[in-house]
Design a protein around this ligand. Structure first.
Ligand SMILES: C[S@@+](CC[C@H](N)C(=O)[O-])C[C@H]1O[C@@H](n2cnc3c(N)ncnc32)[C@H](O)[C@@H]1O
Length: 342
């Protein structure tokens, strides 16, 4: 096969859905690098802003069991993730969510991080009130007047005085233990207006390829399983994407829909949209690796917790592998949306 030939990659997703094939663009030197009314819950104490520093990363103080840092580096990663999903939804009229909510009055974003999704939704629907809630104060210096970014632990009682038309969660994997997920979905159900929608987007931490370009003994190939193991030992599974649909249905939601899609890592796909998505996802991964790895490996690594330096060396090796343009790698992301009965 000529290097410039397009190769069709096919993949049967784990739920049996047919996945769109990603075509490889081999006509490039490297896909990486340079070329390219609020609630009464609002309270931002300075101690919250200082956070808890561990191994050079800043963590929210509201809980000590959440694995992800809340610092500038991780906010940059979250913004890249936001951009990734915008690009992959760029052929949709609404790039922000799939739920058929046309004129929302109240929207809630759980675990809003830097608040980027909530801000975009507030801009798109200026008549809506959009609440974003997170354990850590968002870095955003300006938000639209209809957007409220609040610091709150969603496992505590909710204090909003209105019902929402849409509640959104994205990349909350590993945030909650099994029974806590049930509690969160129950609260979502109770706090949605009749006919309102829940929508959740979660990625699969395992990196895959369809053409054997990823050596099975590579650090990247072992990455997903390594963290699924850590998270299981932590009692907060990272396999959220496999469980969310059934849990959402169990909470009483109807018309539940499920979409599984590939997110390339690196600019290897030929298709322009996937190439751009891959380029951004490379940045998402490259900037995110350290923050994704540090907490879980230093506390729940196998066979025993790793030292911070061991984690840094591991992350450097993974980052180095990611720079190899010959790897045609991707991960899955699953989107589930469902409705509270009228
Ligand atoms: C990986 S980030 C995703 C951020 C954002 N949803 C996005 O897609 O970019 C997960 C966020 O959930 C927040 N989080 C975790 N547990 C939480 C809780 N119990 N209550 C509120 N937010 C929580 C974390 O602080 C973090 O900002």
């Amino acid at each position: 096969m000529r290097m410039s030939e397009q190769r069709q990659l096919s993949c049967a997703a784990d739920d049996g859905q047919d996945q769109e094939a990603l075509e490889i663009d081999d006509d490039r030197d490297s896909g990486f690098g340079g070329d390219d009314t609020g609630s009464d819950t609002t309270s931002i104490a300075s101690s919250m802003l200082r956070g808890h520093i561990e191994n050079g990363r800043k963590y929210a103080t509201l809980r000590d069991d959440y694995w992800g840092p809340s610092d500038d580096q991780q906010f940059e990663t979250m913004d890249s993730g936001h951009l990734l999903y915008l690009i992959l939804n760029s052929d949709h009229h609404n790039m922000l969510f799939r739920s058929p909510v046309l004129n929302p009055h109240h929207v809630l974003d759980i675990g809003t991080g830097p608040g980027t999704w909530a801000i975009d939704v507030a801009d798109k629907f200026p008549k809506a009130i959009v609440n974003g809630v997170d354990l850590f104060p968002p870095p955003s210096s300006w938000v639209p007047p209809n957007c409220y970014l609040e610091v709150e632990d969603v496992l505590q009682d909710w204090t909003w005085h209105y019902k929402f038309d849409l509640i959104h969660l994205r990349l909350m994997l590993g945030a909650f233990a099994e029974d806590q997920w049930g509690d969160v979905y129950r609260k979502c159900y109770e706090n949605l207006a009749p006919g309102g929608w829940i929508e959740e987007v979660e990625l699969d931490v395992r990196v895959m390829c369809d053409d054997d370009s990823l050596p099975p003994d590579s650090f990247i190939a072992g990455w997903g399983q390594n963290f699924l193991g850590c998270a299981d030992r932590a009692g907060r599974s990272l396999a959220t994407q496999t469980m969310m649909k059934s849990k959402i249905e169990r909470a009483g939601f109807v018309n539940v829909q499920d979409q599984l899609f590939k997110c390339p890592i690196g600019a290897w796909p030929r298709n322009k949209t996937f190439k751009e998505a891959g380029r951004i996802n490379y940045h998402h991964w490259s900037s995110g690796l350290d923050g994704w790895a540090m907490f879980l490996l230093t506390k729940f690594g196998a066979p025993q917790p790793w030292s911070a330096d061991e984690v840094r060396v591991y992350v450097a090796k993974v980052r180095q592998e990611l720079q190899n343009p010959k790897l045609h790698i991707y991960h899955f992301t699953r989107r589930v949306w469902g409705q509270k009965p009228l």
